[in-house]
Design a protein around this ligand. Structure first.
Ligand code: SF4
Ligand code: FES
Length: 237
């Protein structure tokens, strides 16, 4: 089918504001949205700029807005967003962060927040000979959260983040949950001090945009609620 493709473009060296650019692309219904962008880049306009790497929903680099929703371009098929000749697919950068160029956003703040929650296992005991074991039951607690690929679709769908750019946001808070609830971890107190703050957990109003945006279908608000309860218990001593 022939699709009308609109891409919101911005080149900081020449543009004062973003503008829409139109393309026409021949596509199959099983093509991915990422493949549509690649076809434009390869055959029509080599200046079109976007991030991508694995093309299989693993690296998290190609999160963007597609027809107004935060999606991974490599994980959505044309048939999910267009059904007939002449349909339109619109691509925009994720909202809420400065645009570097076209569909590429500046992720500095996103990863600063990620690092702020100590997203690693804290354990000061001597390292065992092989590995720190965990029971299947204990692993089950954090299993869902470990699926996160740090694509940023959730944080950039969150109205609290749009309203307050300093709010840690769902991706960083989910990572805090993942390590705080890891039974091998000893860093909960330090981590909870970071997230139980004016820019932390309590700015999550369970709006559920993050859950809707997550390409890995992680139940983010459920785990953030568990982290809130843990923070309250920590304070109560
Ligand atoms: S929780 Fe989901 S949407 Fe958020 S960064 Fe991780 S994979 Fe992406
Ligand atoms: S390109 Fe890696 S997740 Fe889409």
């Amino acid at each position: 089918m022939r699709l009308n493709v609109k891409v919101k473009r911005f080149n900081p060296e020449t543009d004062t504001a973003p503008h829409w650019q139109d393309y026409v692309v021949e596509a199959e219904e099983m093509d991915t949205a990422l493949y549509i962008l690649l076809k434009i880049k390869w055959h029509q306009d080599g200046t079109l700029t976007f991030r991508k790497s694995c093309a299989h929903g693993i690296c998290g680099s190609d999160a963007m807005q597609i027809n107004g929703e935060n999606k991974l371009a490599c994980s959505i098929l044309v048939k999910e967003i267009a059904s007939k000749d002449g349909d339109t697919i619109a691509f925009e950068p994720l909202p809420g962060s400065p645009v570097v160029k076209d569909l590429v956003i500046d992720q500095t703040r996103f990863f600063d927040k990620y690092r702020a929650v100590l997203p690693w296992l804290v354990n000061n005991e001597a390292a065992p000979e092989k590995e720190r074991l965990q029971s299947p039951e204990d692993q089950e607690i954090i299993e869902d959260a470990t699926k996160c690929i740090l694509c940023g679709a959730c944080t950039h769908a969150c109205p609290s983040t749009w309203a307050d750019p300093d709010y840690l946001g769902p991706a960083a808070l989910l990572k805090a949950f993942r390590y705080t609830f890891d039974t091998r971890d000893e860093g909960a107190s330090d981590r909870l001090r970071v997230v139980d703050s004016s820019e932390g957990l309590w700015k999550c109003y369970t709006i559920f945009n993050c859950v809707q945006a997550c390409p890995k279908e992680i139940d983010i608000t459920r785990w953030l609620s568990a982290l809130k309860r843990r923070a309250v218990l920590e304070k109560a001593g």
